[in-house]
Design a protein around this ligand. Sequence first.
Ligand code: SF4
Length: 374
Amino acid sequence: MKLPERSRIRRIRAPLLRWYDAHRRDLPWRHSRDPYAIWISEAMLQQTRVETVIPYWERFLEAFPDVGSLARADLDQIYAVWTGLGYYSRARNLKAAAESIVADHGGQLPETPEGLATLKGIGRYTAGAVASIAFDREAPLVDGNVVRVFSRVFGIREDSSRKEIVEGLWTIADILVRGPRPGDLNQALMELGAILCTPRKPDCGACPLRRDCDALARDDAESLPVKKKKAKPRRMRAIAVHLEREGRILAVRRPEEGLMAGLWELPGGEIGPDDEARDRVCELLGASFGLQVRGVESVGRIEHVFTHRHLELEVFRSRAEPGTRVRRRDHVGHRWIRPQALLALAHAGPTRKALNLLGVTNEVSARAEGRSRR
Ligand code: SF4
């Protein structure tokens, strides 16, 4: 990839900052200078929309106001606040990173991108974001928004996932960030991508870079950035059973590795593409949990798409004898709890959908939505 000239890259700096000063969104973490609060916002914003993050960020900082309180917290306490935000590995990584900040950095976040990148869960992007926004370091960052803006402004029409192109984009970001207000500059780039230079129907008429934009001149903005076609998610089938014993249901915790690691769910398991789902219920509950059940009633099916997998989950109701004991094979925990209580434990999207199908309402999400609307 041929890099744009340095002067061409530098030229977009001033209009970007002017536009940001006039149009930036009023987000709660933008009122904070606390590196810890900024780090938490960046961790939450990976994979999650701004509007969703706001109430979670507020609750998280109420529960764990500083690095020390996060390092001391139980993972279950952290999950309880994180529930509904998804991608729970982020919560586990935050705790591990907080522990090493306390143990190895005197309780203070490192200020450089190199220092930040030594912490669990902090990759190149987050290191650049925290170093520039919290510590005013001239540290570059590239996320999906930045890739789109650069591809369009500088007319990069090659596969943006290729290593050479990725490195070229980071070099552009590095040239651009040098100078005053590096944190604002990085946020301005991402903000432009989020608000104006959107994947579909970019608002070029309102864009501060329109005079300098190659894609606007060639009228091909929507075809950029060029992305390799993603492989179709692999289909998988599974069953989940609302298994009742004396007014409580069984919740089981998945292993700490693999898909939905460490999360709570209804008991069940994966089945083959041609299996009759109902026929497998008794067998799977027996093999994986040592359970014998009475009566199996089909409730319906939900679908859930993960990054690489498309899950079809068949949901059933059944009952266990009073006093039935659980003998787990692969799962690492189990509890007999009220159905509602499962929603307060860390769980993934398919479990939430299955519980909705079973008529178990999601008070936690309802509360989160209520707060985000205010
Ligand atoms: S002019 Fe249009 S395509 Fe170019 S950066 Fe601005 S919004 Fe994006």
